[in-house]
Design a protein around this ligand. Structure first.
Ligand code: FAD
Ligand code: NAD
Length: 468
């Protein structure tokens, strides 16, 4: 039963992985719930123009590459002439997005969450206007997500398709000849991999001296070696200072990050992927007296309460990694807290995965960060020595387990392996349970699996792996 004073117990703004999950959990807990979404479909960035469409293209392009580069032939699978039909690949991607976003609409109906279509603006802390109509709620959750950070001087025009952001790069109708990716982060490497596999010559321009900021240093170096071996050209410590588009060609001006002689680079497609920023514009936060931090994010306490009574925030719009599973877990926790329960997210144990080939994954501290906290022991195991990876002819990568030198508690696990994204779940669970490296080393792992490399890396913490 809703509090008589308000239309709803809970009103969630934004139906991405944070917002839709919060709305469903709130409804499951018996709260009268509405969710406002300005897009035509539910699911936010992740389902519409993020995680899901990118994984469809990654999967399709991986199948093409396997057939095209002789990987299938090596195992005796004869394919004849291999061609890519981009329209069919894009169609398959669109179907996956349609099915999954439709699935959320079904879950809203099933759980009796009202979907209010339109753009939400605060009138006061308990009143939100959606396209001219006011709705009141006892508690309001801001889950408005994030959008692409623009790069001054390099204007994105997804319609034209020459300089695009991730949304444009997910919808290209044909394989570019030369693609320049600005930003060697997660999006740049995933989408750069897609178009490289399909035939584009891909150059990644990264401002820093390594790819993938935030990840373990050794992992970043190894990743760069692997991508270069696959044919991506990497221009590290380099910045783009401008772009000019003529017809279907862009000419970029590049400079060393530290300054110096400039050069130009031509491309028929430029992907700008230099990060994302929180969506707070037009929300009317001034009406409720809610200020942003220096990075434009909404600050909350550990329960996801903002400074304004009755207003909560989760997902990409608050500090922390911009990841769908982080947003989802915060969605569950915030709904439970609103319902008077004790919703908690352990932000120290949030896995991150880059879905390239091989995959790159990590959870917990990097070796650099762990060292700053005290003495550590590190165990490493190469995928080359893992029987399953060897049999599948997937030799690249390694697993690394970082443990406290004194207590043996696992502080971080990093992996580069074809299925690292799946492997990292056991590391996250072990860390959530406060595991020692010894606990992982003495857990029986099925043979032959890639996951045995985690066990062996844990054994290596004490210097005793078997297969090395
Ligand atoms: P969002 O998903 O951004 O959803 C917010 C929603 O709020 C949007 O639909 C928006 O339209 C709506 N909204 C905003 N303001 C208003 C308003 N005032 N009124 C009404 N509605 C509003 N993460 C992963 O974990 N794994 C991945 O593989 C992955 N791949 C990605 C690939 C790409 C190309 C991109 C761009 C992102 C990817 N991410 C991935 C990141 C992931 O998409 C985000 O972390 C996640 O979507 C954040 O969820 P959210 O609910 O906070 O916000
Ligand atoms: P990112 O922060 O991962 O990478 C951006 C990169 O651009 C950084 O390496 C940065 O140093 C570089 N950069 C910044 N300014 C630059 C400039 N002027 N010139 C050259 N390089 C520059 O951001 P992203 O790849 O845009 O992704 C955005 C967010 O989306 C990330 O936070 C990520 O968490 C999320 N995402 C996650 C996944 C996943 O989980 N698999 C996939 C895609 C996106």
């Amino acid at each position: 039963m809703a509090d008589q004073t308000y239309d709803y117990d809970v009103l969630v703004i934004g139906a991405g992985p944070g917002g839709y999950v919060a709305a469903i959990r709130a409804a499951q807990l018996g709260l009268k719930t509405a969710c406002v979404e300005s897009r035509e479909t539910l699911g936010g960035t992740c389902l519409n123009v993020g995680c899901i469409p990118s994984k469809a293209l990654l999967h399709g392009s991986e199948l093409f590459e396997e057939a095209h580069d002789g990987t299938l032939a090596k195992f005796g699978v004869k394919t004849g002439k291999v061609e890519i039909d981009v329209a069919t690949l894009q169609g398959e991607k669109d179907s996956a997005v349609k099915e999954l976003t439709g699935g959320i609409a079904f879950l809203f109906k099933k759980n009796k969450v009202d979907w209010l279509k339109g753009h939400a603006t605060f009138k006061d802390a308990h009143t939100v206007e959606v396209d001219g109509k006011a709705h009141t709620a006892k508690d309001v959750v801001i889950a408005t997500g994030s959008s692409v950070t623009p790069l001054p001087g390099v204007e994105v025009d997804n319609e034209k398709g020459v300089i695009v952001d991730s949304t444009g790069a997910l919808a290209l109708p044909a394989v570019p000849k030369n693609m320049v990716v600005i930003g060697g982060g997660v999006i740049g490497l995933e989408l750069g991999s897609v178009w490289r596999r399909l035939g584009a010559k891909v150059t990644v321009v990264e401002f820093l001296d390594q790819l993938l900021p935030g990840m373990d240093g050794e992992v970043r170096k190894e990743a760069a070696k692997i991508f270069a071996k696959q044919g991506m050209e990497l221009k590290l410590s380099t910045k783009v200072t401008g772009a000019a588009v003529r017809g279907k060609t862009a000419t970029l001006t590049l400079e060393p990050a530290a300054g110096g002689k400039s050069e130009t680079l031509k491309a028929d497609c430029v992907l700008v992927a230099i990060g994302r920023r929180p969506n707070t514009e037009g929300l009317g936060l001034d009406k409720i007296g809610l200020e942003l931090n220096k990075r434009g994010q909404i600050e909350t306490d550990h329960s996801f309460r903002t400074k304004v009574q009755g207003v909560w925030a989760i997902g990409d719009v608050i500090p922390g990694p911009m990841l769908a599973h982080k947003a989802e877990d915060e969605g569950i926790a915030v709904a439970e807290n609103i319902a008077g329960q004790h919703g908690i997210v352990n932000h120290a144990v949030i896995p991150s995965v880059v879905y390239t080939y091989p995959e790159i994954a990590g959870v917990g501290l990097t070796e650099e960060a762990a060292k700053e906290q005290g003495a550590i022991k590190v165990g490493k195991f190469p995928m080359m020595a893992n029987s399953r990876a060897k049999t599948n002819r997937e030799p690249d990568g390694f697993v690394k387990v970082i443990a406290d030198a004194e207590t043996d508690k696992v502080l971080g696990v990093w992996a580069i392996a074809t299925v690292a994204g799946t492997m990292i779940a056991q590391a996250a669970q072990a860390m959530e349970f406060g595991a020692l490296s010894e606990d992982i080393a003495y857990t029986c792992h099925a043979h032959p699996t890639h996951s045995e490399a985690i066990k062996e890396a844990a054994m290596a913490v004490r210097g005793k792996p078997i297969h090395m």
